[in-house]
Design a protein around this ligand. Structure first.
Ligand code: MN
Length: 197
């Protein structure tokens, strides 16, 4: 579980301080605790990375698979979520990532529209993603704490649309949360991940 490298108050006013505190210190922490207690009972998978487990869930012992999928997913997904946000961020992607977005979606605003559609169309709890798919990019959406890695995709950008991610500030207004969230997207980190993977 990564520590967040910016103050909980520094994504204000787009993501509020109390949500950041509860989200990281309670929700994310609970996924990590639950994953660790499940891992302790399964020494046979010791040494495997969480990413490797999520990429091949079928290889995980059946009685342990749901714990990895839910709590392992919850651990991994939030680690990425904190990384792809930053204070004084937002704007538009640059360089190779910008080019890849244009190729995949036409232009940046078309990408944003497709991503927001995925975020709004996710019924109940889940995530919207920008992923690397083959040599290109795609928008994806998963339920609960499922991760695109399990479908052979590589997550670059993640948006948590569980109610715990926005309800204190936005209540039922998910669209407002999603619209404001672009102001804290850390495109530098997303570009780094795009180039590295
Ligand atoms: Mn969350």
């Amino acid at each position: 579980m990564f520590a967040i490298c910016y103050g909980y108050d520094l994504l204000e006013p787009f993501v509020d301080t109390q949500t950041m505190q509860i989200h990281h210190d309670k929700h994310h922490a609970a996924y990590v605790t639950n994953l660790n207690s499940a891992l302790e009972k399964h020494p046979e998978i010791e040494g495997k990375s969480l990413e490797a487990l999520l990429m091949d869930l079928n290889a995980v012992p059946a009685e342990f698979r749901t714990a990895v999928r839910n709590h392992g997913g919850g651990t991994w997904n939030h680690d990425l979520f904190w990384l792809v946000m930053a204070p004084k961020a937002g704007g538009e992607p640059q360089g190779g990532l910008a080019t890849a977005i244009s190729i995949a979606f036409g232009d940046y605003s078309s990408f944003k529209a497709e991503f927001e559609k995925a975020a709004m169309g996710r019924f109940g709890s889940g995530w919207a993603w920008l992923v690397k798919k083959g040599s290109g990019l795609a928008v994806d959406s998963t339920a609960n704490q499922d991760n695109p890695l399990s479908d052979g995709l590589i997550p670059l950008l993640a948006l948590d649309v569980w109610e715990h991610a926005y309800y204190l500030k936005y209540q039922n207004r998910r669209a407002e949360y999603v619209g404001n969230w672009w102001n804290v997207v850390n495109w530098t980190e997303v570009s780094h991940r795009y180039s590295a993977k």
